[in-house]
Design a protein around this ligand. Structure first.
Ligand code: FAD
Length: 470
């Protein structure tokens, strides 16, 4: 009969659990078909996230083809698409895929598993995307963890699955002609045609591997020292390859373990654990995209001030470090982790704007958007999540700036207006005497905004804001 491999956030042939299993388990007589399902519900307009993801799909399509694997596209509502597929291929009797354990994808996978079973299609699904799946790390009592550190301790002690290079692909993956696939290909073609990036962008398995190697060679061992300084640009930038599956997480693990022990390596490993942790947290709190995890904070009266929100989005808050971070996001589709923390704290604490608005804006812009990590990061900053920053520990944007961009190198890179501001004033350019402002042709309030809030007053306001609910 026919066997289908359903690709989704696992855009690689190497060490792909479901794909490997299919190759291993299929018989000579089985006809193997690879598909990618395009769900119009998941299309986002003008979004780097969307463009980056589908550009990766398009790159994968080409690279798979070069390895004699044809990917067929199916377009439309999930259930209707698979019903049509079953009608078209009566002898289709098995499906392989790497499952999504949380969010939209997990709901889809559960629904479709029932559908496949009802239609006598054998389901072979696997956890492939994380070092440990959502049910693997539990307290001795069987409960799930809510705090990172004990989770990390347990996670470290657990054996990890090995990296498994894909065997030689000697099966047939020829192109199949069918109106469903023709339509899918047409829709995909139209989608790809519209993809544009205002920045340089390359992707694919080989590029991902290059990033991994380069990072290990040049930055891994001082990762711990440099990771918090945006101007050093010392982090791995692997996030986008992990979210598309262009890079196998087991390949990363295997490469790290071939390296000598160092503080850098250990810290990097803990970051990979955060990825698993937030994945598990989303599974445990399926409503977290719209609802605060901590029940006592569900009644907070967030602000919806559009004007302030726009200033934040556009990098026009008058706080250089915030503006530089927001402009990095708008210009490159990526933002350094330290800045994500600072700008998220600023939106939710200084502006008291609903964290959901920030989460949604990041969803649109980030080329590494991952729902579990993004929502986790936002609820952490808003103090509403698990193991979040307590509401009374408020990031001071100026102090953060002095600490993590001391000489203003990063600020000047993204805010050219401030390039002539001396170090002394770079974190608070409004403090430059007017005479001096004029002498460098930069009038604060005209050429660069004055701060849109008075941070010194925020603390007491936030304490009142949160206390109302406790
Ligand atoms: P590195 O420092 O090189 O870290 C290596 C890998 O570890 C990352 O690629 C990532 O997979 C993982 N990792 C690191 N930090 C975290 C973290 N805090 N949580 C979960 N995983 C982590 N990460 C995303 O992948 N997608 C998102 O949409 C996302 N949104 C975020 C939103 C906010 C408000 C915050 C505070 C953090 C968010 N993060 C997100 C986490 C983190 O900022 C990024 O993973 C990191 O900046 C990616 O760059 P890198 O690959 O160079 O990271």
């Amino acid at each position: 009969g026919k066997t289908i491999m359903w690709f989704r956030k696992d855009l690689r042939l190497d060490d792909n659990t479901a794909f490997n299993k299919m190759l291993e388990e299929s018989k000579e007589s089985d006809e193997l078909i690879c598909i990618f399902h395009l769900n119009p519900l998941q299309f986002l307009e003008n979004s780097y996230n969307h463009n980056a993801f589908f550009y990766s799909v398009s790159t994968f399509y080409k690279q798979a083809k070069a390895n004699n694997v044809t990917i067929h596209f199916v377009y439309g509502n999930v259930e209707e698409s698979f019903t049509a597929l079953k009608r078209a291929f009566q002898d289709w009797d098995a499906i392989y895929f790497n499952k999504d354990e949380r969010g939209f994808g997990s709901v889809r996978d559960q629904k479709m598993t029932v559908f496949f079973e009802d239609n006598q299609i054998q389901v072979h699904s696997y956890q492939d995307s994380h070092l440990h799946g959502v049910e693997e790390i539990k307290k001795p009592t069987g409960e799930s963890y809510k705090v990172f550190t004990p989770y990390f301790r347990k996670w470290l002690a657990m054996p990890k699955r090995p990296y498994q290079r894909t065997m030689k692909i000697d099966k047939q993956f020829e192109k199949i002609t069918h109106p469903l696939f023709t339509e899918g290909e047409k829709q995909f073609g139209q989608l790809v045609e519209k993809i544009v990036f205002p920045f340089e962008y390359e992707c694919g398995e080989a590029v991902a591997e290059q990033y991994l190697k380069e990072f290990i060679k040049t930055h891994l061992h001082d990762y711990q020292k440099g990771r918090d300084y945006p101007f050093l640009d010392q982090t791995s930038k692997l996030s986008r390859f992990l979210r598309t599956g262009e890079l196998s997480i087991r390949k990363v693990w295997y490469a790290l373990n071939a390296e000598p022990v160092s503080d850098g390596r250990q810290t990097f490993i803990s970051e990979l654990c955060w990825r698993d942790f937030y994945n598990m947290i989303y599974y445990e709190n399926p409503k977290q995209k719209t609802q605060e995890i901590k029940e006592q904070y569900r009644q907070l009266q967030w602000s919806y001030n559009q004007e302030l929100f726009e200033q934040w989005k556009n990098g026009e808050t008058g706080f250089p470090i915030i503006d530089a971070g927001m402009r990095q996001l708008a210009q490159t589709g990526w933002m350094h982790n330290r800045l994500r923390m600072i700008v998220a704290s600023f939106l939710t604490k200084d502006l008291m704007i609903d964290w959901r608005m920030g989460e949604e804006y990041f969803q649109k812009k980030l080329i590494d958007y991952d729902s579990a990590s993004n929502i986790g990061g936002w609820q952490w900053a808003a103090s509403t999540g698990t193991d979040a920053v307590p509401y009374f520990r408020i990031f001071n944007p100026t102090t953060q700036s002095e600490k993590f961009d001391h000489y203003g190198d990063f600020i000047r890179q993204f805010i050219p207006e401030l390039k002539n501001v001396p170090n002394k004033y770079i974190h608070e350019p409004g403090k430059m005497p007017m005479e001096f402002q004029k002498s460098i042709n930069l009038v604060i309030g005209e050429d660069y905004p004055n701060p849109i809030v008075d941070h010194s007053k925020i603390r007491s306001e936030i304490l009142t804001f949160f206390k109302k609910t406790t």
